[in-house]
Design a protein around this ligand. Structure first.
Ligand SMILES: Nc1ncnc2c1ncn2[C@@H]1O[C@H](COP(=O)(O)OP(=O)(O)OP(=O)(O)O)[C@@H](O)[C@H]1O
Length: 229
């Protein structure tokens, strides 16, 4: 399978912190690739560095285009959708307005978004700030699916959500992944295993493992500092 995104020797320094210390990995052009690691390992920073939201050095190639000299809006225009960890919804705007703001293509795919998230249609006039965490997550993922993106970067979509909502979000990610490749930061290993066996594991700003999650479960468990899922 050809790689759609390639990250090579990515470094991020913020103040005196050397947060990413030469991260390299590749993401193929289909399915879900999980980006794993303990709290503070550098997962969010990796996504932000790919998009150019933090100063970075190294090489990031997306669909043949070098990204490190591009601004975030130029990268997004190339078809890289982003659902950030804090969801980034505009609390004072309605659900419909939040979606409308994300429109980039001439023909936004509202049919797809409403098919995956019928609630976004029924709650179109509700201020996004009054939605539950799970519903806000649906807005965040819905916005990325509205445009014809070539890849989605999704950061901890199930963080802080009730188990029933986690299952709903997992269902949606599974369905979305059938149409667009996803690089997914996620702490819930059981959910990750349901979606993919392909993972990149970051530890202390470096890649500690790439490949199948099932390769070496004991080592993965140690690196992630969690019980085996
Ligand atoms: N703007 C910043 N200024 C200083 N330090 C930062 C900044 N952003 C991130 N860091 C530090 O970089 C490290 C990696 O942070 P990052 O958010 O990428 O980790 P993460 O793997 O996504 O963690 P979590 O799972 O807790 O979200 C942490 O030690 C964090 O404190």
């Amino acid at each position: 399978m050809t790689d759609l995104l390639r990250v090579e020797d990515l470094h991020v320094r913020i103040g005196s912190s050397h947060i990413l210390q030469g991260v390299s990995f590749a993401v193929p052009g289909s399915g879900v690739t999980a980006l794993l690691g303990r709290n503070g390992a550098g997962k969010t920073t990796t996504l932000r560095a790919i998009l150019g939201l933090v100063p970075r050095t190294g090489t990031v190639v997306f669909d043949g285009a070098e990204l490190t000299r591009r601004r975030p809006y130029e990268t997004v225009q190339l078809g890289l959708g982003y659902a950030p960890e804090d969801r980034g919804v505009f609390a004072g705007l309605t659900v419909a307005e939040n979606l409308r703001l994300a429109e980039r293509d001439r023909e936004p795919r509202y049919d797809l978004v409403y098919e995956l998230f019928p609630e976004l249609r029924t709650r179109a006039k509700q201020p996004a700030g009054t939605l539950s965490g799970g519903q806000q997550q649906m807005v965040a993922i819905g916005r990325t699916l509205l445009n014809d993106n070539r890849m989605l970067l999704v950061d901890e979509p199930t963080k802080g959500l009730a188990p029933k909502i986690v299952t709903e979000v997992a269902d949606v990610l599974e369905r979305a992944a059938a149409t667009v490749p996803i690089l997914l930061v996620e702490q819930n290993l059981a959910l990750v295993r349901r979606l993919t066996d392909r993972a990149v594991l970051i530890a202390e700003g470096r890649v500690a493992h790439t490949g199948a999650l099932s390769d070496d479960p004991d080592r993965l468990q140690t690196l992630l500092g969690v019980g085996r899922a």
